[in-house]
Design a protein around this ligand. Structure first.
Ligand code: FE
Ligand code: CA
Length: 523
């Protein structure tokens, strides 16, 4: 073990130790041992795994009480013990670990099992049990060992799954693909509705409280195609805005709500996010409006992967409308160029720059919520910029790309979502300027279901930005990212309108980035 790896190993062990009491100690074990006689299977939201490491993975489920079970157990059944089992085979003959997690109503009866001492690059199957009730069986896979020569990494890149605007056909296909993990970069739920585009309906009001956000996740997580994608693969997760509210920036929302109130809403949303995802750290006990989600994982010698949080710490959008804030096209906006404005916040930005510049792996994959390349358009005076994506944070974008240049990294590929558009783009310190060398490559995936920009504005954007090699907003789907030592390939898998029950996705286009040569090339 090299010195740095040993250090990281120690750090990870320390984190695991620090977490251990939080994970298990909730209340008296006697009370927790109660096995309920369930009228309805409580694992109605399915199972999930995430945060794959060479020796560990997080397993998730949540107990859901039907009306009948709620009536039977009284309002609060108290702490409950949920067993989990990990198997080395699909037939569940060879059980290699089993244990129990105590959960209760304070965490929505969610279960997060941080399973450790696993083998690298290995498949596992798992399930949960409470009383006589058994969950579905999930399948997961660990990351390769730190210094393993890895031939291939297969990722499904996905984002933006408005429940009302389509069926999760992309997830049905993702569930069947041979993958190492699903990389979901945000807008897992939507708080808002657009009734004119709905083919199925959100139940309940726009969520603002913890019970309301929980109910929204319940509706999404009941979808069988989404459950299948979770049961089939580990997920690596980052959020964007709609997990809280459209276009929010740190403690600011579009209505200019008092930041103290906005942070209460954000705390409820983050708590519900944690309760429904296979992630390790929950909201900070001292400040529940904070939750560190940004992270980094390694895939043998092949790749380092970062997931960057572009919402929690960012500066408010520049030149906001004084009545209706949030994202809009802005022009002649001097505030855009304020070097103090940040997309990642100071601490995350420094952490990322340090981590990126130390990376020795063959590829650096930088996952973040939105689009880095420019989508600016000609305006009466100069150009107009969409202030909610990285175009609204040009100095922060320049710092990010300057880190790549300073570290002399040739093989940085950024992966994004949010814009409901498939994008393959060149990244330069000066966007669209042929004099400025291409320093990195970008792929942004279209939405699973959420509606895209109209054809006309998409065409104007495409024709106004030479760095956009591919920019198509009219189809829904996900992107298959295949990483080998020689190249990173992106296949945009799409359908015109995800309304039926059969996947039927096709490849809209394929691009490849060759090692040592930044910039996507069409296949
Ligand atoms: Fe979205
Ligand atoms: Ca978004």
């Amino acid at each position: 073990m090299k010195r740095r790896d040993f250090h990281q190993h120690l750090q990870r062990s320390a984190i695991a130790l620090a977490l251990a009491p939080w994970m298990v100690a909730v209340a008296s074990p006697a009370a927790a041992d109660k096995a309920l006689a369930w009228a309805t299977n409580p694992f109605a939201l399915g199972v999930a795994s995430g945060r794959p490491r060479a020796d560990s993975v997080v397993l998730w489920t949540r107990l859901l009480f039907s009306e009948q079970d709620r009536a039977f157990t009284a309002a609060d059944p108290g702490p409950l013990r949920v067993q989990f089992e990990v198997f080395a085979d699909a037939a569940l003959k060879h059980r290699i670990q089993h244990n129990a997690i105590v959960t209760d109503g304070t965490r929505g009866h969610s279960v997060h099992a941080h399973v450790q001492h696993l083998q690298p690059s290995t498949e596992y199957w798992y399930r949960f049990r409470q009383g006589e009730a058994l969950s579905a069986v999930g399948h997961t896979r660990t990351a390769p060992a730190w210094h393993a020569d890895v031939r291939q990494l297969r990722i499904a890149l996905a984002s933006c799954q408005h429940y009302e605007q389509g069926q999760y056909l992309a997830h049905a296909e993702i569930a069947k693909q041979p993958l190492d993990f699903v990389l979901f970069v945000g807008d897992y739920i939507y708080e808002s509705s657009n009734p004119q585009y709905a083919i199925r309906k959100h139940s309940g009001e726009e969520p603002k409280t913890l019970p309301q956000y929980r109910a929204r996740y319940e509706q999404y997580k009941r979808d069988p195609m989404l459950q299948a994608a979770h049961a089939a693969h580990p997920w690596v997760l980052m959020w964007d805005d709609h997990e809280v509210v459209n276009d929010y920036a740190n403690d600011q929302d579009r209505q200019y709500t008092d930041p103290q109130h906005m942070l209460l809403r954000r705390a409820a949303a983050y708590q519900a996010y944690f309760e429904h995802q296979p992630v390790l750290l929950g909201p900070d006990a001292n400040n529940p409006a904070n939750m560190r989600l940004y992270d980094q994982l390694s895939w043998g010698k092949l790749a380092d992967v970062w997931t960057l949080d572009c919402r929690q710490y960012r500066s408010a959008q520049a030149c906001r409308d004084p009545v209706r804030g949030g994202g809009r096209m802005v022009m002649q906006c001097d505030a855009l160029n304020d070097p103090n404005r940040s997309m990642l916040g100071t601490a995350q930005e420094r952490w990322f720059a340090d981590s990126l510049s130390q990376s020795k792996r063959q590829w650096q994959l930088v996952a973040q919520a939105t689009q880095i390349s420019s989508t600016s358009v000609p305006a009466p005076a100069g150009r107009a910029y969409w202030n909610d994506a990285w175009d609204g944070y040009p100095e922060a974008r320049k710092r990010l790309l300057q880190t790549v240049v300073d570290a002399k990294l040739q093989n940085v590929v950024t992966l994004g979502g949010d814009v409901h558009c498939n994008v393959a783009a060149n990244l330069r310190l000066e966007p669209n300027s042929p004099q400025s060398p291409i320093v990195a490559s970008e792929f942004v995936t279209t939405s699973i279901t959420s509606r895209g920009l109209g054809d006309k504005p998409a065409a104007v954007i495409r024709d106004s930005n030479a760095d956009l090699l591919h920019y198509r907003s009219e189809e829904r789907g996900y992107s298959l990212i295949t990483v080998t030592p020689a190249e990173v390939r992106c296949d945009f898998r799409t359908t015109k309108f995800p309304a039926g029950t059969e996947p039927g996705l096709k490849t809209q286009a394929s691009y490849v980035v060759k090692r040592g040569k930044p910039g996507p090339q069409i296949m």
